[in-house]
Write a protein that binds this ligand. Sequence first.
Ligand SMILES: C[S@@+](CC[C@H](N)C(=O)[O-])C[C@H]1O[C@@H](n2cnc3c(N)ncnc32)[C@H](O)[C@@H]1O
Length: 153
Amino acid sequence: MAVKKATERAGKLGVTNATFIQTDARAMDPSWNDKFEFVMIFDACHDQCRPDLAIKEIYRVLKSGGVFAMVEIDGTSNVYEDRQTFGIGCAAFYSASVFHCLPVGSNTPDALAMGTMMGTKKGRKLLLDAGFNDIKIEKVPFFDFNVLYLAKK
Ligand SMILES: C[S@@+](CC[C@H](N)C(=O)[O-])C[C@H]1O[C@@H](n2cnc3c(N)ncnc32)[C@H](O)[C@@H]1O
């Protein structure tokens, strides 16, 4: 439905240099080696069962010098430290995690079950393990509870 709507909208707006497809981020088109200058995902890492495999694929499809941008929920990757850093408000994100993100991210036998509060320690490790070593993690101006990871290949 989202792909259909986006394709229709692009057609109406006369956009000719964009294509919308549905694919599994863990196994993208094998011919896409070193193909893209920029890849971004928005709030779509911590819900995946195997975000490690998806990020390795993103590394593969990026050109040398290409950038991967990932917006995620801010967190320390430690429950106690989250409470100290973000206060009681972070309980809302742990609740969302228990009722949605952890169940959907635990749905295969090999799932990593990251959850909403994956946090920047685990996020950075996913990027390092995929091969990225130029990584910046910044707060974003539009949502106080998010961070932006910028990883250059
Ligand atoms: C929290 S939603 C975010 C969706 C959208 N980026 C947004 O901000 O509204 C997480 C998305 O990750 C997608 N997802 C989970 N596993 C995936 C995979 N292996 N490949 C591609 N997408 C996946 C889900 O289908 C879901 O749409």
